[in-house]
Ligand binder design. Structure first.
Ligand code: HEM
Length: 146
């Protein structure tokens, strides 16, 4: 069960990351072009939101199952344990909050340019948080590429 969830969480990062990069570029190009915000743009933002929330759910489940999450004060002195106990969840929850606000704001706003500009700004912040908070294998946190 744990291994399955961990693999799903690890693999789903690519889906979320891919959709977020696509949605960020889409919002930027259409904002600059002054394009109309269409149903396909809302759907792209929605799929990004869904991927983010699925990732969040699997993350929360892992948080209470993983041997890398140790609820002890001494964990703060160990870079791997601190990363999974505090840094990774904090940055990832924040990244998902930005995606969620981007989706709801782009839905509520009425002016097309404002919808793309808002989506772009919030998605870009989320993307930076995501890139900084993922345990990439080269960071030597014991995580894999997939
Ligand atoms: C939403 C965006 C998130 C992304 C893109 C993401 C990505 C990842 C990746 C790539 C790994 C490494 C998996 C491996 O070993 O191959 C990982 C591990 C982990 N994540 Fe996340 N994560 C996210 C959110 C969260 C959240 C919100 C939590 C907790 C509340 C969380 C908890 C964990 C834990 C505990 C592990 C370590 C599992 C283990 O190896 O024992 N993640 N995450």
């Amino acid at each position: 069960m744990f291994d399955m969830l961990k693999h799903a969480h690890s693999g789903l990062r690519w889906v979320f990351l891919g959709l977020l990069i696509y949605a960020t570029i889409n919002a930027y190009l259409k904002w600059k072009k002054g394009a109309a915000f269409e149903e396909k743009d809302r759907k792209l933002n929605l799929f990004t939101l869904i991927a983010a929330h699925i990732q969040l759910l699997t993350g929360f489940a892992l948080y209470f199952m993983s041997s890398k999450v140790v609820f002890e004060g001494s964990s703060m002195g160990n870079s791997v344990l601190r990363f999974f106990l505090v840094e990774h969840p904090f940055m990832m929850v924040l990244a998902v909050v930005f995606v969620t606000v981007a989706y709801s704001k782009s839905k509520k706003l009425t002016e097309h340019t404002a919808r793309f500009k808002t989506s772009f700004t919030l998605f870009a912040i989320s993307l930076l948080l995501l890139l900084a908070g993922i345990p990439w294998p080269f960071r030597e946190l014991g995580a894999a590429w997939f």
